[in-house]
Design a protein around this ligand. Sequence first.
Ligand code: NAD
Length: 375
Amino acid sequence: MKIAVLKEGAGETRCAAIPETVKKFVDLGAEVAVENGAGEAASIPDSEFEAAGARVGSRADALKGAAIILTINGPEAGTLKGAGKGALLVGGLDPLRRRELVDAYAAAGLEALAMEWMPRITRAQSMDILSSQSNLAGYKAVVDAAAAYGRAFPMMMTAAGTVSPAKVFVMGVGVAGLQAIATARRLGAQVSATDVRSATKEQIQSLGAKPIFVENVAGIEGEGVGGYATETSPEYQKAQAELVSAHIGKQDIVITTALIPGRPAPRLISDAQVATMRPGSVIVDLAADAGGNVEGTVSGETVTRHGVTIIGAANLARSLAADASALFARNLYNFLSAFWDKEQGKPVLPDEDEIVKAIRLTQGGKVVNERLIAA
Ligand code: NAD
């Protein structure tokens, strides 16, 4: 049973395995083959993979006869030639946006498993790549904001006078938002936060931040289905816009993280609201890739509007390649080892399992995922 770990395409810094997970797969009885330089951008030299028990070689060598291919992003199907028949391709495959790729995996006879579609159930928490990467992104958003801000975060009483603390407002309190709140608090900022899901109010308070919520119109009671938000009513949106207008002009840093699965990101801040912030303020829009929460956001770029810096943050986890790789690699290991059949020496994925049903995209030459077929 051979597992291949490939070098990712241009722009990707992360690697889908680390020496620790290689060793664990070897302990399960698997053979692990790593493509030359796969870990380089994540500060993992080939020699460390070798020391953990992997063979390091060309892409063709790594793929030859592999039963499992581990990846961060979905590679072009044509670059996976040589893998075993029905090989599992496991990673972040972005199935809705890269549908042609999924069809190509089916045609190539690969069994593609999209880890971002992991269901939000307790059993799957340790396998959840969205959570592990969002957590790091939430941290990095605050660090990047602090770097772009021309003032300090903590209050400082010095002989030359007092430096007042930065006011940070976090919009969207999921995994990334919670980590952004915690990081901003550690840096000494005064933090407030908002969300549509009422369950987040207590979480905000428990991190020492102030909840800012629409009170007169109902948002989403409790956690929301699967922990996810849905689109809000026009009435709620109007009340939320008024709330933001009243609050945002007093903020120095705004971190937006609001997402609705399968939809463009909700627009939370208008250009007119940006104009009420004082020059030098910083907005980090973590939803940039999904269309942005802020009017004027450009994904992957930093722009200035009305003297306010707007960072269109795209895939911030990539800028923490070593930690992001470690968490991602453990997510993959936790998934595969949970389904490992000791006698057969490989993972066995039952058709009726909730996790398998959610993440399996292709099998036996066909696209089999219900969500993908419905789309
Ligand atoms: P997400 O990335 O889909 O969205 C980020 C946040 O934006 C969410 O909190 C959402 O409510 C909020 N949002 C959406 N529209 C908004 C709007 N108009 N205004 C303000 N905020 C808005 O969410 P996420 O970070 O992936 O996680 C959300 C929840 O799911 C969390 O409570 C998390 O604990 C839970 N979760 C559970 C599991 C599990 O049990 N396995 C795994 C991951 C996450």
